[in-house]
Write a protein that binds this ligand. Structure first.
Ligand SMILES: O=C(O)C1=N[C@H](C(=O)O)C[C@H](O)C1
Length: 293
């Protein structure tokens, strides 16, 4: 079991680019990984929601993790890997670059907070890497209160939360008023990341930051250095970009924008996602131009 480090900064949950023949474009993935690190990302996430893991074969997932791990090794950058089962977590023992796993709250069953705590207790006890709880109730159907998140923070080998609660509410404020020691709160709702950072979050896992990477990295740096005036202004400029990039299911518009920039070979996503409408892509590129990305 690896030691716990407090995660912080900007983590890029990488898309999985596809070539014209529909295969995974590993060369483009590698280039993209280097670019976002060049532009100020702290670390990378392989197989987040943004990477469309549910539409990849086991062999493709292994190739994606190996590619992103190689970049992390070359760049001495931390890697987080999406892994939701005991089997997927056990496989991370073979990936020394992985500092943590992004482990989603069990979706669909709605087990209640006691069930979620028991689930994470069992997974964390056997995992070779610390877990980041992926809290995203609008996808899982399971809401977590501040009290529930505190119980999860108290489990050995749980390192933090990717907080995507769908906004800022009284539970967010209660959690951030007294954040559990050694428990990283990473924003995962792109449009709300600036207010979450203002409340004291340690960073973000942000698909939007494929575009305007340097500006998102700067946003985190400004909030953490206490420069609220500049941070607030930058946050207000970046939120419309995130909104435009999430106008259709993530990562369809992100991929279309990256393709328009010539950074990936196709804008393609796999079913059940559908490629972004050209109007959504145009709107996102317009917002990107406004933030100078
Ligand atoms: O892949 C991720 O991790 C992210 N997923 C969220 C989602 O698709 O809902 C968005 C976030 O930017 C990163």
């Amino acid at each position: 079991m690896k030691g716990m480090t407090t995660l912080h900064g900007l983590y890029l949950p990488l898309i999985t680019p596809f070539a014209a023949d529909g295969t995974v474009a590993l060369d483009a993935l590698e280039r993209l990984a280097h670019q976002v690190l060049d532009d100020g990302a702290t670390g990378l996430v392989a197989l987040g929601t943004t990477g469309e893991p549910g539409s990849l074969t086991e062999t493709e997932k292994q190739a994606v993790v190996a590619t992103v791990a190689r970049v992390c090794r070359e760049r001495s950058a931390p890697l987080i890997v999406g892994a939701a089962t005991a089997e997927a977590l056990a496989e991370l023992a073979a990936t020394p670059e992985a500092v943590a796993a992004l482990t989603v709250v069990p979706p669909f069953v709605r087990p209640g907070e006691d069930g979620v705590v028991a689930h994470f207790t069992r997974l964390a006890a056997a995992s070779p890497v610390p877990l980041v709880v992926y809290d995203i109730p609008y996808r899982t159907g399971q809401y977590l209160t501040a009290g529930g998140l505190r119980r999860l923070a108290g489990i050995p080998n749980v390192a933090g939360v990717k907080y995507a609660g769908g906004g800022i509410n009284e539970d967010t404020v209660a959690l951030m008023a007294d954040p559990p020691a050694g428990f990283a709160v990473l924003g995962g709702d792109d449009t709300f990341v600036s207010p979450l950072l203002a409340l004291g979050a340690h960073g973000g896992i942000l698909s939007s930051a494929h575009l305007a990477t340097a500006q998102f990295a700067e946003l985190i740096r400004l909030w953490q250095s206490g420069d609220a005036i500049r941070a607030r202004a930058l946050g207000h400029r970046l939120a419309p970009l995130s909104k435009a990039l999430f106008a259709e299911p993530n990562p369809t518009v992100v991929k279309a924008a990256l393709h328009a920039q010539g950074r990936i070979p196709t804008p393609g996503v796999r079913l059940p996602l559908l490629d972004a409408h050209p109007d959504s892509t145009a709107a996102a590129l317009k917002q990107l131009a406004e933030v100078g990305g």
